[in-house]
Design a binder for this molecule. Structure first.
Ligand SMILES: Cc1cc2nc3c(=O)[nH]c(=O)nc-3n(C[C@H](O)[C@H](O)[C@H](O)COP(=O)(O)O)c2cc1C
Length: 230
């Protein structure tokens, strides 16, 4: 047992990497503050360029999450997306294929037929109710650090996900929320020089929900790695 009272699984990194998935249906059960603090402590081990540690994280719990969820849901209906970092301009070739495959897996897990735009839009809107998660963590970087500050924050996100997984806490990173940077700044009173990288909704997985039942695929290593031996 850890001092959080949660049994810490003695699992290897490979087991954590294989077990972690993006959770899109959560139980309402709050994660104890001590467990969240342990995740944050572990995530602090993330490396960063010059050890600048540009990440800051704003976290909700209890009624704070409810207030965030309802405010955000209203905000997205009335405002255009204005992310601090440009969203992808285009998805082409293999990126398009992979994006489509994972969207199809998601939609078919919840019985949405290919081409049913209304139902897929409704599923997308669940991003803004945090898929029912009892907590959200907003990860921001400092504007002066540019792309590499965002890269460091990306590493932080992955450490957070794996630390949470090691403590039995399910997560989903969400760039969708970064489109509502203005709302997020106002909600958390963030300084104007902070840039929203993404959100992480987290809590305990509703394992019975079919939306948590599919597994995304990965490219074979030989198609991503290039070797030079002589
Ligand atoms: C930076 C980042 C942003 C993401 N944003 C979203 C999002 O807004 N909504 C969503 O449903 N999933 C989002 N995801 C989850 C990805 O779709 C998911 O990681 C990918 O399909 C691989 O599946 P897995 O996480 O289950 O292994 C995001 C993942 C990352 C790393």
């Amino acid at each position: 047992m850890t001092d959080t009272g949660i049994a810490a699984a003695d699992v290897s990194l490979s087991e954590l990497l294989e077990a972690r998935i993006s959770c899109r249906a959560f139980l309402p059960t709050q994660v104890p503050r001590g467990v969240i603090e342990r995740i944050l402590e572990l995530a602090q081990q993330t490396p960063s360029w010059c050890n600048t540690q540009p990440w800051q994280v704003a976290i909700t719990e209890g009624e704070g999450t409810d207030r965030f969820r309802s405010g955000l849901s209203e905000y997205v209906l009335a405002n255009p997306q204005e992310p601090d970092f440009d969203f992808p301009r285009d998805y082409r070739g293999e990126h398009r294929l992979r994006r489509r495959e994972c969207a199809m897996q998601l939609y078919s897990s919840v019985g949405i037929a290919a081409g049913d735009r209304a139902a897929s839009a409704e599923q997308t809107m669940k991003n803004f109710t945090l898929f029912g998660a009892p907590h959200v963590a907003i990860v921001t970087t400092h504007e002066s650090l540019g792309t590499y500050g965002a890269v460091d924050c990306g590493l932080y996100v992955e450490t957070f996900l794996l630390a949470a997984q090691s403590l039995g806490v399910a997560t989903i990173p969400q760039a969708a929320l970064a489109g509502s940077s203005r709302f997020i700044h106002d909600f958390f009173s963030l300084a104007e020089d902070r840039r929203v990288v993404c959100a992480i909704s987290f809590g305990y997985s509703d394992v019975e929900n079919p939306v948590n039942g599919f597994r995304t695929t990965r490219e074979a290593v030989e198609n991503v790695a290039q070797w030079v031996s002589r």
